[in-house]
Design a protein around this ligand. Structure first.
Ligand code: FES
Ligand code: FE
Length: 350
């Protein structure tokens, strides 16, 4: 924010610049954040503006993990690796599958969503349960009785082998575990669409390479699902042909900005990347984010009343099923459905 009146001095999503010119009164900062010029220094400020005191405020902690940049305003915060803890092991399933890491494809998708940011955060931390009802239309939209494709839904899928993970930091995740095909459960149903078939073939072809790199237990998908790095960074990995990352930025208690990017292996062939982009425009950006947003907004509306505010809500699913696992780090639940990560998320938030 500009130190004169607070206007944002960088309004571009991508690119680079040698300096940043504020569009309000024209104060200009260099790429290190120093104030280097302001209009009418003599006739307006009579030479009394001490530019050295009015540079942009630095984010005191900036660290990267496998291509992602995290900033933190708390100088005493733990190191990023300590903070991510066991979650880093799972994040690698998305970020470190192949040499060269990942790249963002297709720009940023921005949605201003009604609802408190925690509704989105708790959902990504572990709420697979909602997909059965909320997203019933997504898989059915691909159904084509004439081609012999029945509506698929998510109900059965949620009984497939899977795992939830949660950490004391409030991170959470729920993903499918696959035997050894290397294909995420929903990233490769050629009967659903040709693009998903292309993506499925890619996962199959790279499975052994990923297993050599990360080990079989990670090649076979513990993070193929949704996850949250507390408080507001989320991912959706290997679902219906796409992988995405997202950030939820609160805009007061009643709405938030929901930003989402497609992410994929840099080393993937162009045709696979293009198929993944077409998949992500259906899921999650085209349909699923709107499905979720409709529910978050409806919750926010009902929570505005005094009656709803006095109620307790039910977070009991899977209580007592959590525990350590011999293969997967952290505390987990040995299936896809449960509310353990959501309970942990709110405990950390409290
Ligand atoms: Fe930036 Fe005035 S707000 S120059
Ligand atoms: Fe959803």
């Amino acid at each position: 924010a500009c130190r004169h009146r607070g206007m944002s001095v960088c309004r571009a999503d991508v690119g680079n610049a040698k300096s940043f010119l504020c569009s309000f009164h024209g104060w200009t900062y260099d790429s290190a954040g120093n104030l280097i010029s302001a209009p009418n220094l003599e006739s307006g400020y009579h030479g009394q503006l001490d530019k050295s005191q009015w540079g942009l405020v630095a984010v005191p902690r900036v660290e990267t993990y496998k291509g992602l940049i995290f900033g933190c305003f708390a100088p005493e915060a733990p190191s990023l690796l300590d903070y991510l803890g066991e979650m880093a092991w799972y994040l690698d399933c998305l970020l470190d599958r192949r040499e060269g890491g990942t790249e963002i494809i297709g720009g940023v998708h921005k949605m201003r969503t009604r609802g408190n940011w925690k509704l989105a955060a708790e959902q990504f931390a572990g709420d697979n349960y909602h997909a059965i009802m909320t997203h019933v239309s997504v898989r059915d939209a691909w159904a084509d009785p004439q081609a012999g494709r029945a509506p698929a839904g998510f109900s059965k899928a949620m009984t497939l082998p899977g795992r939830q993970f949660s950490s004391r930091q409030g991170h959470g995740m729920a993903g499918f575990l696959l035997k050894s095909s290397g294909v995420p459960s929903f990233s490769g149903d050629p009967s659903i669409s040709e693009d998903q078939g292309i993506v499925a073939d890619y996962y199959k072809a790279t499975r052994n390479e990923v297993a050599n790199r990360l080990g079989a237990e990670r090649a076979d998908g513990p993070a193929d699902g949704a996850g949250l790095v507390f408080p507001n960074f989320a991912f959706l990995s290997g679902v219906l042909g796409s992988s995405t990352i997202a950030v939820f930025q609160p805009r007061g208690p009643h709405q938030f900005d929901h930003w989402r990017w497609g992410i994929m292996d840099k080393a993937a062939p162009k045709a696979v990347k293009e198929a993944m982009v077409r998949c992500l425009h259906v899921w999650p950006i085209g349909v699923a984010d709107a499905d979720d947003g409709e529910n978050w907004g409806g919750i926010q509306a009902s929570l505005g009343g005094p009656m709803a505010q006095s109620l307790k809500f039910n977070y009991q699913m899977g209580m007592g099923t959590e525990g350590p696992d011999s293969v997967y780090p952290g505390t987990g639940v040995p299936n896809m459905l449960g509310e353990f990560p959501q309970r942990r998320f709110y405990r950390r938030w409290l």
